[in-house]
Design a protein around this ligand. Structure first.
Ligand SMILES: [Zn+2]
Length: 288
């Protein structure tokens, strides 16, 4: 029987937990240093007390000061920690992503600041998600290509190719590749999927070389009504496209992989949605 995982925080619960700048700084301090830690200066096990009028804490023995924001992305921004945390909340509460416009409206910063915040949060989502390979013997993987985007400002075709790989009950990996030829498809699979297991794809020629690389390739032909297709990866494409076409409208070549990281993060944590925000906040605190 599957145990039900705890629910993620509602906006109300989130606001109750981080009502002030002070509460956010405290969270950052505890996340980075715990309740007590060995002081870097006097080398004694110490409790740290908040220094008023600064964003720092000091050692109970020698007064050595620690700045919880030092070395994190929060250090050099004028945006409050409250706003940062709020936008992280939005990103983890949303299914389809959060546009810079929405960030701008919600916390009242300039569009430029909002865009930068969104980009950074997205890249940290990808960082939390990591680069671990999927699949392997007895873990079937579905793979498929899709196009995202549409036309650029001049009306020229601006579609980009994305290759997806997913364990049927597990993790997804999505990679932006230059074209759908086997020259890019197969090496991307080799890089991300452990050999020895079944790889299911459509019958496109790009996948033909998979057997040579130690996979059991199962091409199927949907037009002939063959079963066992790629419905899991198609589910992921649905999510990705609702996000990219619905929320982000146009995604440049340069940033596409970062957006893919955001959607991988959401998909891969779908069974522990309550972990999304804590993991993201911790990654920021560590200054990845
Ligand atoms: Zn000390």
């Amino acid at each position: 029987m599957e145990t039900k995982s705890p629910k993620p925080l509602t906006l109300r619960q989130f606001q109750d937990r981080f009502p002030t700048e002070e509460a956010c700084l405290e969270h950052l301090m505890r996340t980075r240093y715990g309740q007590r830690h060995t002081c870097a200066k006097c080398e004694r096990e110490a409790k740290y007390y908040r220094v008023k009028a600064r964003r720092s804490y000091e050692c109970e023995h020698c007064g050595h000061q620690v700045y919880p924001t030092a070395g994190t992305p929060f250090e050099k921004t004028r945006t409050s920690l409250r706003d940062w945390f709020h936008v992280m909340f939005l990103f983890t509460a949303s299914r389809n992503g959060v546009s810079a416009k929405e960030v701008q409206r919600t916390i009242g910063v300039t569009y430029k600041t909002a865009w930068r915040m969104a980009r950074l949060i997205r890249s940290y989502m990808g960082y939390v998600n990591g680069d671990d390979m999927i699949g392997g013997p007895s873990i079937p993987v579905e793979t498929d290509k899709t196009f995202v985007g549409g036309y650029d400002k001049k009306g020229a075709d601006d579609k980009k190719v994305v290759l997806g790989m997913v364990e049927r009950d597990g993790r997804v990996i999505a990679r932006h590749i230059p074209s759908r030829s086997g020259k890019f498809v197969v090496p991307t699979i080799v890089q991300n999927v452990r050999p020895g297991g079944a790889v299911v794809s459509d019958a496109a020629r790009a996948f033909e070389a998979l057997e040579m690389h130690g996979y059991h390739h199962h091409p199927y032909n949907a037009l002939k009504g063959e079963k066992g297709g790629t419905s899991v990866i198609e589910g992921f494409w649905g999510m990705l496209k609702r996000g990219i076409n619905g929320t982000y409208i146009s995604v440049s070549q340069t940033h596409l992989q970062t957006y893919l990281g955001e959607f991988e993060f959401r998909y891969n944590l779908r069974k522990q949605p309550h972990m999304m925000l804590p993991l993201l906040m911790t990654s920021f605190a560590r200054g990845a």
